[in-house]
Design a protein around this ligand. Structure first.
Ligand code: AKG
Length: 292
């Protein structure tokens, strides 16, 4: 591993350095913390939406499970007709597949769309990205089923959607109280400064090689329902399995500068390498036509 990666691993950051409270937050200070650490947590930011979004999430989870016999095999797992992505379930589970990415988004959940326009969240986003930012994507929900729900190994989201400029700011919000047993998010503060790292194929798609980046390198962020974690697209993060007896959903809103764009994307080493090759070829032909 390059020595500059090790340097960041040795940096001990405590939660208090990256922690804010929704009732008393200075967006400029939050932006400074984001730029410095690549992550921050705002306690209680999405509290007012939790009851309603939980109803929508559970409705779509049950709908997805009922559609499982119609799911199609795709490279990432199985997709039900409503768009939910399933992975293999752990051994001994009462089903062969478990939910990973739930098909709830801004077009089928009013409350999810409302969270993306929350004024206090947008003040922080604006302080980070400046004027002219836009919502990126339609919202995402990762759902860990009870008693062994999937782990998501440490990774950078830029492995999935690398951007031309700063890239998206993600806001991941807990829907239930989330701790070390049911799948708290782990982050590696300052890892957004490392650039794009190589990822490998893992059980839950692209991830960093565990012998290079382990949980001991990361800071777990336990929190209550409604706590929100902001993180940079290059910030290393992930979460362990859900060993509790209740589901552990989160919902994610993303924003990016209006002039930014995805340049390389993928979900596996192979399809990302193809995307990277296409990008390099387009850059080379742009260079050729500019110099002709
Ligand atoms: O569900 C989680 O805790 C992991 C979410 C995550 O890593 C991601 O969306 O990139």
């Amino acid at each position: 591993m390059p020595s500059d990666e090790k340097r960041y691993k040795d940096t001990a950051v405590s939660i208090s350095e990256i922690e804010f409270f929704a009732g008393d937050i200075d967006p400029v200070e939050a932006s400074r913390v984001y730029q410095t650490y690549g992550c921050l947590i705002v306690r209680g930011l999405m509290k007012d939406y939790i009851e309603r979004i939980q109803v929508d999430i559970e409705t779509i989870a049950q709908e997805s499970i009922a559609l499982l016999d119609q799911a199609q095999k795709i490279v990432e797992g199985w997709r039900t007709p409503n768009g939910t992505l399933f992975l293999p379930a752990p051994e001994g589970y009462h089903r062969d597949q478990q939910i990973m990415v739930l098909a709830i988004h801004y077009h089928n959940s009013d409350v999810f769309r409302q969270t993306s326009q929350d004024p206090r969240a947008l003040e922080i986003v604006q302080a980070i990205l400046g004027d002219g930012y836009e919502v990126f994507g339609n919202g995402q929900s990762l759902y860990k089923e009870p008693t062994g729900g999937h782990p998501k190994l440490l990774h950078q989201d830029s492995a999935y959607f690398q951007h031309r400029y700063q890239g998206p700011v993600a806001i991941l919000s807990y829907v239930v109280d989330t701790n070390l047993t049911n799948g708290a998010l782990y982050v590696v503060p300052k890892s957004h400064l490392l650039g794009q790292l190589n990822h490998i194929d893992t059980f839950s798609h692209l991830g960093l090689a565990p012998e290079e980046w382990g949980w001991e390198d990361a800071l777990p962020l336990e929190g209550q329902a409604g706590d929100s974690i902001f993180f940079h697209v290059q910030a290393i993060h992930g979460s362990k399995q859900n060993f509790s007896d209740r589901p552990r959903p989160v919902f994610i809103n993303r924003y990016r500068a209006g002039n930014d764009e995805t340049i390389i994307g993928g979900t596996t080493v192979a399809n990302r390498a193809e995307s990277e090759m296409r990008y390099r070829q387009s850059m080379a032909s742009k260079f050729d036509s500019n110099s002709a």
